[in-house]
Design a protein around this ligand. Structure first.
Ligand SMILES: NC(=O)c1ccc[n+]([C@@H]2O[C@H](COP(=O)([O-])OP(=O)(O)OC[C@H]3O[C@@H](n4cnc5c(N)ncnc54)[C@H](OP(=O)(O)O)[C@@H]3O)[C@@H](O)[C@H]2O)c1
Length: 373
């Protein structure tokens, strides 16, 4: 009788325990605004972590990695977009109703305000590698950043995280980098607690870095003799760092330089790509004035090509200035040499099929070509 009672009591406790986890809730009070975030659920994508986050520039390369991290723990993510097709893949990253697309135009302040006013955090990933006839570097990196920061200030946003770039410098010969620095200064003057993030060249599945070098089959133009030193960083590591900044109080008002674990020259990178893909990339050193002239002429084409400003950026070594890094966030970086194959495998030539089989051949029937690993 007593044993039966105990079992009943235990199972009741178990049920209550489960129910508590399922319906657990917690209150987090923002240090800056005193706003209360209500956390409910066990922490997965069907829970809510209380955050409402707007990610400008979410339709780009980094955006998908960041939104994936934010939405899978139950945040409401506002996804501002220009072209509906460019944000479709983001909608499935969160539970039903958690990803909220909103159409915006950088010159329509009301549309920007509508995307910001319910949020507690704003990520500004807006950026462009080249200028268009409608938007200059200054329009996107400076003016738009200023407008977003002002709106964020007006609506008392808790966290503003501004994406800049490694080597951002007001005096840089690259307009991309000088406007990124202007954008940083403007944002900081409006929101001193803003976090600035400066990544080096990011690589990943959809990158414009490794892919561009690998795609230049037959001929790759070497600028600066291939001697410029860069520290490419995995886009996943950058997204993880940016995700941490959401709640990491040690990131408030700080600048982070996010670079990969190893420094390479462009020449070393080309050699790595050649070795990994077996592509016969012949590289020719082109003096900068000629490369810039050709790039300028190519920029008249109606599709995107290597811009003259990108040539300028390819001349600048990645230099750390002593800002905070991945170490301050306790994030272990992935290595290009280990992960690079994931992104370069698709560029491998069919010459791999003609190579002698290496160790790993299983019997006669089933061949296992290790060079496809
Ligand atoms: N990728 C790198 O290696 C690298 C290196 C250093 C710094 N960064 C910076 O990091 C950020 C994210 O990089 P990313 O590679 O993800 O950039 P990305 O792929 O070029 O995406 C840029 C985003 O900005 C938006 N955008 C650009 N111009 C706009 C305009 N006039 N109006 C509205 N939206 C506009 C784009 O929207 P649409 O899709 O509508 O065009 C897109 O969502 C950028 O600020 C970039 O400058 C990148």
């Amino acid at each position: 009788m007593i044993a039966g009672l105990n079992i009943a009591k235990q199972s009741k406790q178990t049920i209550v325990g489960l129910a508590q986890k399922r319906f657990a809730s917690d209150l987090i009070v923002s240090q800056k605004t005193g706003r209360t975030l209500i956390k409910t659920g066990s922490g997965g994508r069907s829970s809510s972590n209380g955050h409402v986050i707007t990610v400008f520039g979410c339709t780009g390369f980094l955006g998908r990695y960041l939104i994936n991290r934010l939405a899978r723990e139950g945040a409401h993510v506002i996804v501002p977009y220009r072209d509906e097709d460019d944000m479709r893949h983001l909608k499935i990253m969160g539970d039903l109703g958690k990803i909220i697309p909103m159409e915006i135009h950088l010159r329509n302040k009301d549309s920007l305000e509508a995307a910001i006013r319910h949020s507690d955090t704003v990520y500004n990933l807006l950026g462009r590698d080249y200028e268009t006839k409608n938007f200059s570097f200054a329009d996107v990196h400076v003016e738009a950043s200023g407008v977003l920061a002002e709106l964020a200030q007006k609506h008392d946003i808790d966290r503003f995280i501004q994406m800049s770039a490694m080597n951002a410098d007001i005096d840089s010969p690259s307009r991309f980098l000088s406007t990124k620095a202007e954008g940083e200064n403007l944002v900081r003057s409006i929101i001193p607690s803003a976090t600035i993030v400066r990544p080096s060249f990011m690589y990943g599945q959809e990158d414009r870095f490794l892919a561009r070098l690998a795609m230049s089959r037959g001929l790759s133009v070497r600028i600066n003799g291939g001697n410029t030193k860069v520290r490419p960083v995995n886009v996943s590591d950058v997204a993880t760092a940016m995700h941490q900044m959401l709640d990491g109080n040690n990131t408030v008002g700080e600048t982070f330089e996010l670079v990969g674990d190893t420094e390479y020259t462009y020449k070393q990178l080309l050699d790595f790509i050649k070795e990994t893909t077996n592509l016969d990339i012949g590289d020719v050193n082109v003096p900068k004035p000629i490369a810039s002239l050709v790039a300028k002429a190519m920029n008249l084409l109606p599709w995107q090509t290597l811009g003259a400003d990108e040539i300028e950026r390819m001349m600048i070594d990645d230099k750390l200035t002593g800002a905070k890094t991945f170490e301050d966030l306790n994030i272990e970086r992935s290595s290009l040499e280990v992960t690079g194959i994931q992104y370069l495998r698709r560029f491998r030539t069919n010459l791999y099929n003609d190579e002698p089989l290496k160790k790993g051949v299983v019997g006669k029937k089933k061949t296992f070509h290790t060079s496809y690993l």
